[in-house]
Ligand binder design. Structure first.
Ligand code: ATP
Ligand code: MG
Length: 421
């Protein structure tokens, strides 16, 4: 027996309810008046399938994801001549479409098949967008690298921007996405003064079902040859606009336009869902959590001073509890004045002892290089191509993507050769 919810807005409702009544294998559990009622009924686990109208107010990817998360699959009811409604549902990923004049048998067959599809799928496959006819990038799969780290401005944005620029400079087409919902800064750091639409526009398009590869490419123009940028929220208080489903959608599509995606993520990962009674409410760290879950590589950046290292230890422990790849830990702003006379050794000791980390990368303290780059709105690769910090970050980019050459060793050899002359 397939249990059903409906959330139908138009004149076909009464007719459909009658047809459902005639189908033996279907039980209509509740007729929901609006999306809110549908979401709460879905969360209560009372039904396996929901039938919705294309013009149901507020219906978006996040709502579908929420329903999918509770094991509810969605079908649409569209009039035969409603092309606009049909297109909208398909773009949202609703593949099963019923017509008002379908008979009870056809409807029962379609909805039972949909319910069975739910039960036979693994939970991590429950992506309501799976049916999207989106073209994938040919050739090598595009990795997503997320740059994350604790609070205290350890240098997440500096690392994300420079790694992305180093990849692009080596011919690896890259998209840099600013998903920091606590203080986006990529646009400013890169001197992108024009009000770029960025992630907010991409998220809106995704929720409306109009985001596809060309649309995302238009929203993420090239800031440098081979480096596309999807700028962050213009104001941090607009964080509710970046919801899980939209972030998942844009990262999935991003893989279709470049060779490597780099995400600058917000510092926090605690999941505020448990604090809220409304499980469909937006969560401030949803963007970061979704990016971590989608990531192929995770770079965790910490600062090399005592407070920064303590936060880094805790961050490594915290991120181990969420869905994310194993972290590549980077300690930034390494200097004797903050970490003691032999800073690298001290830092390795601390991180080995308290976080069980054996492999740690160090990035040197380079305030002049960073200041100059930010002041002139350029990347470190442009402003200080031979600087020690730039070379260390180029080496990190090469470690993350074998298509990127590690020029730091050649530069070192060059220096040595010069020194020997
Ligand atoms: N290796 C370094 N040496 C000196 N200064 C650095 C270094 N790396 C980053 N900085 C500087 O530290 C400051 C913070 O860096 P950044 O904005 O990259 O950190 P963040 O972790 O992204 O911070 P936020 O929490 O604001 O997102 C900036 O002024 C940056 O130029
Ligand atoms: Mg930042």
């Amino acid at each position: 027996m397939t249990t059903l919810l409906t959330a139908l807005t138009h004149r076909h409702e009464a007719h459909l309810v009658e047809v459902l009544g005639a189908a033996r294998g279907l039980t209509l559990v509740r007729r929901c008046a609006d999306l809110a009622e549908l979401l709460s009924a879905g969360a209560a686990g009372v039904a396996r399938v929901a039938v919705v109208s294309p013009d149901l107010r507020g219906l978006d990817r996040d709502a579908l994801r929420h329903l999918a998360g509770h094991g509810v699959r969605v079908a649409g009811l569209v009039a035969a001549d409603d092309e606009e409604g049909e297109r909208r549902l398909r773009q949202l990923g609703v593949a099963t479409l019923l017509h008002p004049d379908d008979g009870p048998d056809a409807i029962e067959a379609a909805l039972s098949a949909l319910a069975d599809a739910t039960t036979s799928r693994r939970p991590d496959d429950e992506d309501p967008t799976q049916d999207d006819p989106v073209p994938e990038a040919p050739g090598r799969p595009t990795p997503v690298t997320v740059v994350w780290g604790p609070t205290g401005a350890p240098g997440r944005t500096t690392v994300a921007v420079t790694v992305a620029a180093a990849l692009a400079a080596d011919g690896v087409r890259t998209l840099l996405v600013d998903l920091d919902t606590w203080g986006a800064s990529v646009a400013q750091v890169l001197g992108l003064v024009d009000e770029a639409p960025g992630v907010a526009a991409a998220a809106r398009a995704s929720e409306q079902g109009t985001l596809d590869v060309p649309a995302l490419a238009r929203l993420a123009p090239e800031a440098l040859p081979g480096l596309r940028v999807l700028t962050g929220l213009p104001r941090a208080d607009r964080w509710p606009e970046l919801r899980t489903a939209a972030v998942e959608d844009l990262l999935r599509l991003a893989r279709g336009i470049v060779d490597h995606v780099v995400v600058d993520a917000g510092f926090a990962i605690e999941d505020d869902e448990e604090l809220s009674y409304d499980t469909a409410a937006p969560r401030r760290n949803a963007a970061t959590l979704a990016a971590l879950e989608a990531a192929d590589a995770l770079v965790v950046v910490g600062a090399a001073d005592p407070v920064g290292l303590q936060r880094l230890v805790r961050a490594v422990q915290e991120v181990a509890l969420v869905a994310a790849p194993p972290p590549l830990v980077v300690v930034n702003k390494v200097r004797a004045s903050a970490a003691g006379p032999r800073p690298e050794r001290t830092i390795r000791d601390v991180l080995g002892r308290f976080a069980g980390l054996e492999e740690v990368r160090m990035l040197p303290w380079a305030p002049d290089d960073c200041d100059e780059a930010v002041l002139t709105g350029r990347t470190l690769t442009e402003a200080r191509p031979r600087g020690a910090l730039t070379l260390a970050l180029t080496a990190l980019a090469a470690a993350l993507d074998p298509r990127c050459a590690d020029t730091s060793t050649t530069a070192r050899h060059g220096r040595r050769r010069r020194a020997a002359v």
